[in-house]
Design a protein around this ligand. Sequence first.
Ligand code: SF4
Length: 352
Amino acid sequence: MKSLGTKINKIPEIVNLLQDNDLKKLGFLANEKRREFHPDNAPVTFVVDRNINYTNVCSCNCRFCAFSKDKNDPEAYMLDYEIIKHKTDELIKAEGTQLLLQGGLNSDIPLEYYTGMLKNLRKDYPELTIHAFSPAELVFIAENNNLSVKELLEEFIKCGLSSIPGGGAEILCDEVRSKLSPGKIFSQKWLEVMEIAHHLGLKTTATMVFGFGEDARFIAEHLLKILELQEKTGGFTAFIPWTFAPWNKFTGLSKNLNNTAFDYLKILALSRLILDNIVNIQVSWITQGLNIAQIALKFGANDFGGTMLEENVVKAAGVYNNTCADEIIDHIQKAGFIAAQRDTHYKIIKTF
Ligand code: SF4
C-alpha cells in the first residue's frame, strides 16, 4: 500500500488495491484523504432535488436498463410541460433547488421540445438549477438535428441549462460498453462531451456504474480517464460511483457480480484515493440504502447526493430506496457529522 500523499495513477497498482480485500485499511486511507478536502468539522452535504424523466422511450437498448420502453409499448410516455411544471412546483414546495432532467433517446422528440422545456422552466423558476441531459442524450439530440454538441449546448445554455449530470458513463472502457450498451456512445465520446461542456463553463458530475462482473482493470481505466480529464478541465464537481442492480432480463456479465456492500465500500474508498483532483465524492443511498450510505461517510464520501423526490431508473430494476431530507440529516448527524443542505455548486444553503 502506498503511503498517504503518493499519487496512485497506474493500472496495475489500482488493480492490486482492488484485489486486496483489506477493506479496513482502504477505508482508513480514504477517510484520511477525505479529511484533506473536508475536515471532520466540515458539513456533510446534500441537495434537495427531483429527477424528472421526460420520456422513457429509448432506442438504445442498453442490456442493463429496466427503464426504457419501445415507442409502441403501452407504458411508453413523453411528458408535456404542464406535468413537468406540476412536478417542479412540488420540488419548489419542498425547498428544492435542483431539477435533474433526463430521458431516453427518443427520435420522435423535436428540438423545440427541449428548448421549449428549458425556456419555460427558466421563465417559471428563475432561481432553479436545471441539471439536465447526460452526454448520450446530448450526442443523440445533436445528431438528430444536424448540430454539433457544442452548438447544441450553446443553444441549451441560452435557453436556461445550468449544468450537466454525469450519467451514462457506466464503465468508460469500450470492451465493457460493447457488451453492456453497444448502441450507446463509447467512452471517448462521453469524455469529449464533458470536455466541451467544461470549456463552455458548465460544471458537471462524473459517475461510474460497476458491479456487472467486469474485470478490475476496467474500473482502474475508468478512474484514470476521469482523473485525466479533470486534470485538463477542472469541470467535475463530484464523482458518484454506484452499483449495478440486476433485473430479470439482465443479471450481469458473469456470475461473480462485484456489487455487494463490500465491493461498493472498497471501490468508493479507492475512488476517493485516486481522484485527488475532485473535491466531492457522493454516496449512493439509492442503490445501497441509507445505512450503507451512512457508513460510506467513513470510506471517503462527503456528500449524500440528492433527496430525489422522484427516481424511476433504479426503481425499474426492482431496487427501491426512498428517503427525505429529515432522514438524510438524521443519518449524517448520527455518523458524527454536521449536516447541511447545499446547492448544485456545493454552496451551503442551510446547516442543521
Ligand atoms: S440506460 Fe439510458 S440510453 Fe440506455 S436504454 Fe436505458 S434509457 Fe436508453
